[in-house]
Design a protein around this ligand. Structure first.
Ligand SMILES: Cc1cc2nc3c(=O)[nH]c(=O)nc-3n(C[C@H](O)[C@H](O)[C@H](O)COP(=O)(O)OP(=O)(O)OC[C@H]3O[C@@H](n4cnc5c(N)ncnc54)[C@H](O)[C@@H]3O)c2cc1C
Length: 527
């Protein structure tokens, strides 16, 4: 049996962050990755046409750029920005644009309603005053005691109550409270729909607020050379500290003795011993039900997992485009990300179709102009582009259904950019099954490690509990986006799991930590 202090299951960015932090603490670390490549949903590749680099899954990194976890690792990334952060194209052709220059954003929002420029400024200034502490509070393990106390000290009880209310607002309501015109509300709503929430779902507003205001504050940057550079930097940093990654090693079982994780077994029957901890960068249902097994779990947890909800399925297209996209409204030409195909009510209709199991007739698209953000993505004067949209949650899709939906997606782009199709010189489609084949954690094409709905957040993520990385199995930690604070490339679940493993293992205080977690687990999972 090969031994190391820690085994990390999965070389997604969260697994790699966790492995790096443990290696920094002097632990020997082995990462077992199911596929032949690191990065999980942070990878680039050539899948459309020669010379056109595609970011195969995630591509814009406001959270990664702002995250103290990733910046703390000093990855040496060279961040690039598109001229505009984001443009939301309405079906009637108007555009709402966020630009890192506040005056430019204000002018765009003002076109939709007099005064919305100033209202945007006010919303942004409020955000900017809170953002450091708020981000800390979101990314820290739950409850965020340190950051929470700081935030409370800053805004007082009255401010904290209003902030608490904001955290549960639907984005339609938040937009109506902050602005008068549709443009600014749509800028927020399109961002909220990066999750699986509709404009009318509780808790959607905070995602819209967070992503739109981060866009104003730091932009939505991309690493020069593509998403894969983040992964390369994490891998290089880890291996420089003695960490090892074993590829093509899908873990099938966490080895447990007397309620304690001792190591793992991969599909090839190889056993890997973990002297101090096992950290799992896989979705919660996969960890608990497949790798651990119900026999080692409190029945309450197994029951809770039967209510775990995935986020919606995804279909993603990458295109190689032999020229700039011929947008009718040139406001979209300089945007890294373009939201298109829907006004606010369309977004609600789109979400209702998804909720009722129907394929939206007119899909809402998130589209990335990667060469606009980083010219290194394709030859000069061309564009490496992706767009994705969500599908209802379902077990399987026929090739015809996917083809028809891809045609609907292309029709949306064509409506805003006539002649787009003629410029396409290469195309790759990832249907939900393809996404999962590329990365077994993208179950059914879900990209967030579970719904972002309020009932599966904070101490309810992934199931009711502590909202922390600790599990009912001693020395086993959940390190993936299924854990608080959820999806996105910010590294917090990985960092929180590493810190929990280190805290549990500490010579003087470890016993106290273990005692507290044990008492909490008994209370949480009591029948
Ligand atoms: C299409 C798409 C677009 C996105 N866009 C953005 C974006 O622009 N910005 C952003 O911030 N976020 C975005 N996201 C979300 C973000 O990419 C994810 O939330 C994040 O990458 C999750 O990281 P992770 O480490 O938790 O898991 P993953 O990246 O999913 O990594 C899990 C790893 O574990 C491996 N694995 C799974 N099971 C096993 C096993 N049994 N044994 C061994 N290894 C295993 C997998 O192969 C994978 O390498 C996007 C996601 C998708 C899919």
């Amino acid at each position: 049996m090969e031994a190391s202090d820690a085994i990390v299951i999965g070389a997604g960015h969260n697994g790699l962050v966790a492995a790096n932090l443990l290696a920094d603490a002097g632990w020997s670390v082995r990462v077992l990755e199911a596929t032949s490549q690191p990065g999980g949903a942070v990878r680039s590749g050539f899948v459309t046409a020669p010379g056109y680099l595609s970011d195969l899954f995630s591509s814009f990194y406001p959270l990664g750029f702002a995250s103290p976890v990733l910046s703390g690792l000093d990855l040496g990334l060279d961040w690039r920005h598109a001229p505009d952060v984001l443009t939301h194209l309405l079906p009637d052709g108007r555009a709402a644009t966020i630009n890192r220059d506040l005056a430019v954003t204000m002018a765009s929002m003002e076109e939709f309603a007099p005064g919305d420029g100033e209202r945007w400024r006010a919303a942004y200034e409020e955000w900017a005053g809170l953002s450091d502490r708020l981000l800390d509070a979101i990314l820290e393990p739950f409850p965020p005691v340190r950051a929470g106390v700081g935030l409370l000290g800053q805004v007082g009880i009255s401010g904290a109550l209003r902030l608490g209310r904001r955290l549960v607002l639907p984005v339609r309501q938040l937009g109506a409270e902050l602005f008068r015109g549709e443009g600014a509300t749509l800028a927020l709503a399109g961002c909220a729909l990066h999750t699986d929430l509709s404009p009318d779902d509780a808790g959607g507003g905070v995602y819209g607020w967070l992503l739109a205001m981060l866009g104003q504050q730091v932009g939505w940057p991309v690493p020069a050379g593509g998403a894969g550079r983040i992964t390369e930097a994490l891998v290089d940093r880890l291996t420089a500290r003695g960490g090892e990654i074993v590829y093509d090693a899908p873990v099938e079982r966490v080895l447990i003795a007397r309620g304690r994780a001792m190591g793992v077994r991969d599909a090839g029957g190889r056993d890997f011993r973990a002297g101090r901890a096992v950290l799992a960068d896989v979705p919660a249902p996969a960890l608990y039900l497949d790798l651990v097994g119900a026999r080692w779990l409190p029945p309450r947890l197994v029951d809770d997992l039967s209510h775990f909800r995935w986020d919606g399925a995804t279909v993603k297209i990458d295109w190689a485009v032999n020229g700039p996209i011929p947008w009718t409204n040139r406001a979209a030409a300089g945007a890294g990300t373009v939201h298109l195909g829907a006004d606010l009510n369309d977004l609600s209709r789109y979400a209702a179709a998804l909720a009722t199991g129907e394929l939206p007739r007119r899909p809402f698209l998130l589209l990335g102009q990667m060469s606009t953000a980083d010219p290194g993505h394709s030859p000069p004067g061309t564009e490496s582009v992706w767009a994705y949209t969500h599908l209802p949650v379902r077990d399987s899709w026929s090739a015809d259904e996917i083809d028809e939906h891809v045609a609907r997606m292309e029709a949306v782009v064509e409506a805003h950019a006539p002649g787009f199709g003629k410029l396409v010189v290469g195309r790759n489609v990832f249907a939900p099954g393809d996404l999962q084949r590329e990365n077994p954690s993208l179950v059914g094409g879900a990209l967030g490690g579970g719904t972002s709905a309020a009932f599966q957040q904070l101490f309810l993520r992934p199931v009711p509990g502590l909202g922390r990385a600790d599990t009912p199995v001693d020395r086993l930690f959940l390190a993936s986006s299924s854990a608080h604070p959820g999806g996105g490339v910010h590294g917090a679940p990985g960092a929180n799991a590493a810190r929990a493993a280190l805290a549990r293992d500490r010579r003087l205080t470890g016993a106290v930590y273990r005692g507290v977690v044990g008492v909490a687990n008994r209370a949480i999972y009591q029948d």
